[in-house]
Design a protein. Structure first.
Lengths: 113, 110
């Protein structure tokens, strides 16, 4: 069974630009969560989608948005990039019930110059 | 607000030297405590879930335990391949998302 796939693996952008990251969950998983990982803050929850609906949201500004498609694939968008957005963005999938383990992808490493 | 604190931040062990990693938590009703392992350049990989105080789980050289305030990840006779960052996360009544600690970076030398 294929794992969680995230593309692209690396991305370099400049301040003010926008970026879209993609995540394909494990087949059959209906929930996709996004996390931002930085050396100083660790993993911080961005949002979670289940059956195309945002079910939970973390404390990030509105520049961070996402969506989920009918095939459970998800995209995350960051507009008006700032230097502080440089981070590893991780996507995780699960069948969709609460309190279950998450399966993570390898992440997209975003560098904002 | 939920808080998860891991200690130490970094740990260096000789191969075969057993030790424990700590995860202290303050939550509004624990629903589950998770341990993950993260290798450089990869996403976290699930290790264990613990649900109630007194519960223990084992996998190879790793053993996770849980009390009402903290969890320990015991590593017995570690090998160099156990080198990784170990992350603790909690799921509580305050929300759906897992709340992660900042991790313990473990280095095991031959």
């Amino acid at each position: 069974k294929a794992g969680v796939t995230q593309t692209p693996r690396y991305l370099i952008k400049t301040r003010g630009q926008q970026v879209t990251l993609s995540c394909s969950p494990i087949s059959g998983h209906r929930s996709v969560s996004w996390y931002q990982q930085t050396p100083g803050q660790g993993l911080q929850f961005l949002f979670e989608y289940f059956s195309e609906t945002q079910r939970n949201k973390g404390n990030f500004p509105g520049r961070f948005s996402g969506r989920q498609f009918s095939n459970s694939r998800s995209e995350m968008n960051v507009s008006t990039l700032e230097l502080g957005d440089s981070a590893l963005y991780l996507c995780a999938s699960s069948p969709g019930q609460q309190n279950e383990k998450l399966f993570f992808g390898s992440g997209t490493q975003l560098s904002v110059l | 607000e939920d808080q998860v604190t891991q200690s130490p931040e970094a740990l260096r062990l000789q191969e075969g030297e057993s030790s424990s990693l700590n995860c202290s938590y303050t939550v509004s009703g624990l629903r589950g405590l998770f341990w993950y392992r993260q290798d450089p350049g990869k996403g976290p990989e699930f290790l264990f879930t613990l649900y109630s105080a007194g519960e223990e789980k084992e996998k190879e050289r790793l053993k996770a335990t849980l009390t009402k305030k903290e969890s320990f990840l015991h590593i017995t006779a570690p090998k160099p391949e156990d080198s990784a960052t170990y992350l603790c996360a909690v799921h509580s009544n305050s929300g759906y998302a897992l709340n992660f600690g900042k991790g313990t970076s473990l280095l095991v030398t031959p």
